[in-house]
Design a protein around this ligand. Structure first.
Ligand code: HEM
Length: 251
């Protein structure tokens, strides 16, 4: 029965798709116009009004465990030297004593409390946002940009640049997604049917991928990078060939 359902789901989508002419996408504009990119992402991932409503309806279930999720993220980031060391830098708005050595920085340190607040706010926003408002997508985009060293937010203009590797951002999103999956799946069936669990996780997963795209947009400009890499590779190849020719002439 389940397999039949799955097959009919795919064949229905397939029929609809083969009939339609491809939508025209402006590749350059994807890189220069945030809201055009977001509209494309939403269309591609199929983030619907239903996903928005599902997230809003799930907020009262997820928000009470937000602090636990955030505590888990930080415990996790403190397990590795490359992610823990990022938190030795000065925090926005934090004026107290700062830990400057890895061994002095604990999860209970006051500078970590402020940091946890930032991530708690991010989680609350993605569960309760007005997804039709450009401000929400601009916020996700600024969160991406600020981890590349650029200020991105007005309140960060005079702060030291914060640089976090894309790999760590991606893995942290993966960790959060996995944790939320596990929390939602463990909720009692009487409170949340399997169908609702699936809808929440699908909608939440889509938001995670939006944030991922708005992280990587500031690190990777695929077409520009590909072109530059190709040029470098060609130059290396040509250099190598010229060297070989010279060697041959010597012989
Ligand atoms: C799921 C991935 C992540 C999300 C969604 C996220 C989100 C945020 C947000 C919303 C802020 C506050 C922005 C503001 O100033 O209003 C922030 C700040 C910060 N993030 Fe991330 N972050 C992520 C991953 C990471 C990772 C992996 C690290 C380090 C290994 C990190 C290090 C920091 C630090 C140190 C700050 C505070 C910077 C300061 O105020 O000086 N973040 N992050």
């Amino acid at each position: 029965m389940d397999v039949l359902l799955i097959l009919s789901f795919f064949s229905h989508r397939h029929e609809k798709r083969v009939m339609a002419a491809p939508k025209v996408v402006d590749r350059d504009r994807l890189n220069t116009d945030l809201l055009y990119r977001v509209a494309y992402d939403r269309d591609f991932i199929e983030f619907t009004k239903d996903d928005e409503d599902v997230l809003h309806a799930a907020a009262p279930l997820i928000l009470p465990v937000t602090m636990d999720i955030v505590d888990g993220v930080y415990e996790h980031l403190f397990l590795f030297s490359n992610t823990k060391s990022v938190f030795l830098a000065r925090e926005e708005g934090f004026e107290g004593d700062l830990a400057s050595r890895m061994e002095d920085l604990t999860l209970e340190h006051p500078q970590m409390k402020l940091r946890k607040k930032f991530l708690t706010m991010w989680l609350a926003k993605i569960m309760t946002a007005d997804f039709s408002s450009p401000a929400f997508w601009e916020y996700l985009d600024a969160v991406g940009l600020m981890h590349t060293g650029r200020p991105a937010f007005k309140h960060r203009l005079n702060k030291d640049p914060l640089v976090v590797d894309l790999q760590q951002l991606t893995l942290t999103l993966a960790w959060i997604n996995d944790t939320v999956t596990s929390i939602v799946m463990q909720m009692p069936r009487e409170d949340l049917s399997s169908k609702r669990k699936m809808r929440i996780l699908r909608a939440f997963g889509k938001i995670v991928w939006f944030q991922q795209d708005l992280f990587q947009r500031h690190f990777v400009r695929s077409d520009e990078e590909a072109r530059a890499n190709l040029e470098k590779w060609r130059a290396r190849e040509e250099g190598g060939r010229a060297e070989q020719e010279k060697e041959k002439e010597k012989v």
